[in-house]
Design a protein. Sequence first.
Length: 138
Amino acid sequence: MSQKKPKNNRIFIGLLSLPLAMNGLLFWLSHRSTLPIDPLFPHFDKVAHFGAYFVLCGLWLLALSWKTPPWSLSRIIILSLVFTIGYGAFDEIHQAFVPGRVASLADLLMDALGAITASEFVRRFAPKGLFPFNPHTS
């Protein structure tokens, strides 16, 4: 007889698709020789890296917060940062092999800054109820 999985486990599995889909989008964009939009202002790419990895880390934070049994906020933040910054490093290495693209340490630093900012934002300001844990007490 099969056991029913707790509702949180189903939510967790579903939410994992969000950061993985974002990883897929970022891979698709970084595999292109040219990007689909022109830069809107100088250093637009740095702002885009910051924003994309802010969102990616936020998605990891949300997904991992629904794991059953629950993890501490510290563990969730560390894993989210490792997954996000690790993917940023992989993506920069990947770009080194794409014609017309280059790996950039500055881009990786903006990826990391976006991820760190997202995790700090969640730690300090996440509204109650957005996450199953209370980030203000963890």
